[in-house]
Design a protein around this ligand. Structure first.
Ligand code: CU
Length: 228
C-alpha cells in the first residue's frame, strides 16, 4: 500500500474510533426512558383516568438486568403489566390510582412519610378502610411510598405481613399472592414533567439503602409526564 493509502487508512480508522467514543458518551448521557412512556391520555377529555401499578419485592428474571431489585410496574390501558415508571397523563384531570403492594414493610425512619397528603380528601383507602396516616411502628410497617414532591402527594404503602408464606417473588404479581390494595385520587396539575419516587430506602444491599433500585430510573422512581 502506498504511503498515502496507509495514511488514509489510519485517518479513516481514527475517525471511526472518535465516532464510536462520541456515540458511547452520548448514549451514556442520554440513557432514554427505561421501559418507555406509558400513555394514559387516550380517554375522553376531562374524564378521570384509571392508573394501576404494583410494587414487588423483586422484579424477577423477566424484566432485564436486576432480577433481585424491588420495583414498581404499571398496567397499560390495554391491561398488560410493563416495567415502566414514566406515565403520560392529561393535565388538570382526576387520576384514580390503585397500588397493589406485594412487598413487606418496616418502621419508617421519618414518620412524615406515613402521612397521606395531596390526595383528594387527604385520604387513601387501605384494603377498603379510609386511612389518613399510618403508624409504621405498629402492624406490618411501610414497604415503599408513592411520593410526588411537586404535588405534595404522599402515599405510604403498608407492607404485607413479615411472616407471609404466600409472598410473590416474580413480577408481574397476581392478586392470588399476599398484597395490600391501596386506592386514592389526585388531580394532575398543568403540563410538565413531575418526578415521583419512593422515600423508603429500600435498596437492600446498597449504602444506606439508597443505591441500586432507589437511584436507577425505572425501579423506585420515575416521572408523571403531564401533557395538555
Ligand atoms: Cu421503595
Amino acid at each position: 500500500m502506498s504511503r498515502n493509502g496507509r495514511l488514509a487508512t489510519v485517518l479513516g480508522l481514527f475517525v471511526v474510533a472518535v465516532g464510536l467514543v462520541v456515540a458511547a458518551v452520548a448514549a451514556f448521557l442520554t440513557p432514554g426512558i427505561p421501559g418507555g412512556v406509558v400513555n394514559f391520555t387516550s380517554g375522553s377529555a376531562g374524564q378521570p383516568v384509571s392508573l394501576v401499578v404494583q410494587t414487588v419485592p423483586s422484579i424477577g428474571v423477566g424484566f432485564g438486568d436486576h432480577p433481585t431489585w424491588v420495583s414498581y410496574l404499571v398496567k397499560t390501558p390495554s391491561g398488560k403489566w410493563v416495567h415502566s415508571t414514566t406515565w403520560q397523563l392529561p393535565a388538570n384531570t382526576v387520576v384514580n390510582m390503585t397500588i397493589l403492594q406485594y412487598d413487606s414493610g418496616s418502621p419508617l425512619r421519618n414518620q412524615q412519610w406515613g402521612q397521606v397528603t395531596g390526595t383528594l380528601g387527604n385520604t387513601m383507602s387501605l384494603n377498603g378502610t379510609a386511612t389518613s396516616a399510618y403508624n409504621s411502628n405498629t402492624g406490618d410497617g411501610v414497604g415503599h411510598t408513592f411520593t410526588v414532591p411537586a404535588l405534595g402527594l404522599d402515599i405510604p404503602l403498608v407492607g404485607i405481613g413479615g411472616g407471609s408464606t404466600n409472598a410473590c417473588s416474580q413480577a408481574p404479581c397476581g392478586t392470588n399472592f399476599d398484597h395490600n390494595t391501596i386506592t386514592f385520587s389526585f388531580k394532575t396539575p398543568g403540563p410538565g414533567n413531575y418526578p415521583w419516587q419512593c422515600f423508603v430506602p429500600c435498596g437492600l444491599g446498597y449504602l444506606f439503602g439508597n443505591g441500586g433500585p432507589m437511584s436507577t430510573q425505572g425501579y423506585m422512581g420515575g416521572f408523571l409526564k403531564v401533557v395538555a
